[in-house]
Design a protein around this ligand. Structure first.
Ligand code: GZL
Length: 334
């Protein structure tokens, strides 16, 4: 944990920055207005990409919250490429922003650039996803969900789905994994397996598992291949709604009924996921809240002011069975 003395809030006078990496999409959605004459806090934010409904809602939440807070937001969409995120972070360092925040597309490969930020005394806040690093001082805090617990919750709600469907005996499970190397993919798989090994070693089996990269297209393509090699799948566990929605298209193209012939549990809770659930095509959803913007902006201000913050600020989220979908839909904010 870093305290004030480690981070001087040096006003870094830096010449105009170099451009961001080629192909990353930069948008200086800066609220240039300064509140009351004082210089607005400048936040550099590197976003994973725009691969899913969850990500779009997360981006909207960050931009809206920065605007409400009166911060100058420098925002970059890395299009799911780590090299673009590293270039964006380097650009924010050069520009001398007050704080850097980012959602790391994968868990490894960040030490070098985070050391550069530390050398310039620019605090770094992780949001959504975490990193693996040997040096805990390279980031101040993570604002995000417990993905391992989401995996456990997915397995526990699958028990209810199987009971409701009257499924008896062996359960053949297909798993659509998130982006290879990403914290939510690693940890959701880990949490699900924990429950499976502890409570269902003799009846549940993951017969096939592959990444769909968190996208609808990926879910559809991989599920079609699953159905070729494993036509007797009982359950699909998809690491996000978007891959589950893509898989539904493949299941229907194969002449099967999603939510009946193949029971489906997904993670996120985006509106389209709830619509599919209300249509009976998804059986349960484990929520992963993308609306991290307000919490993030609160933390960013504290970090800039050198206040101590918790090492992990977890987001609150629920779980939803199919019969809750219709009533919940009007209340969904993303
Ligand atoms: C989870 C987030 C994941 C979502 C996906 O916090 O990182 O990335 O579950 C998104 O929808 O693509």
């Amino acid at each position: 944990m870093l305290s004030r003395r480690n981070f001087l809030t040096a006003a870094v006078g830096v010449a105009a920055a170099t451009g961001l990496a080629a192909c990353a999409k930069e948008d200086d959605s800066a609220s240039d207005s300064t509140s009351g004459g004082s210089k607005a806090l400048v936040l550099g934010f590197s976003q994973v990409g725009s691969e899913s409904g969850w990500r779009s809602a997360n981006t909207d939440s960050v931009k809206e919250a920065a605007k409400t807070a009166g911060y100058t937001l420098k925002f970059s969409d890395a299009q799911q490429k780590q090299e673009n995120q590293i270039s964006a972070i380097r650009s924010y360092i050069t520009q001398g922003v007050d704080v850097i925040a980012f959602s790391p597309v994968v868990v490894t490969g960040w030490d070098a650039v985070l050391k550069e930020a530390k050398a310039k005394k620019i605090p770094v806040v992780l949001t959504d996803r975490s990193v693996e690093t040997s040096d805990e001082s390279l980031y101040v805090t993570l604002v995000g969900s417990d993905f391992t617990d989401e995996g456990r919750r997915a397995a526990k709600i699958l028990e209810k789905v199987l009971e409701k469907a009257g499924h008896k005996g062996a359960v053949k499970i297909a798993q659509l994994e998130g982006t290879t190397g990403a914290a939510p993919a690693i940890e959701r798989a880990k949490g699900f397996k924990e429950v499976m090994d502890a409570d269902h070693a003799d009846d549940w089996k993951i017969v096939v598992s592959q990444t769909g990269d968190f996208t609808r297209a990926g879910g559809k393509q991989v599920m079609a291949a699953f159905l070729q090699s494993n036509p007797d799948i009982d359950v699909l566990f998809a690491h996000n709604d978007d891959m589950g929605i893509g898989a539904i298209q493949a299941i229907e193209a194969a002449g099967k009924k999603p939510g009946k012939d193949i029971l489906i549990v997904t993670v996120d809770g985006v509106k389209d996921g709830f619509i599919a659930m209300s249509e009976g095509k998804i059986n349960a959803i484990v929520e992963c809240n993308p609306l991290l913007g307000p919490q993030l902006m609160e933390v960013v201000q504290k970090v800039k002011d050198g206040e101590t913050v918790e090492r992990w600020i977890k987001t609150k989220e629920g779980d939803f069975m199919q019969d809750q979908a219709k009533a919940a839909l009007p209340t969904r904010k993303y």
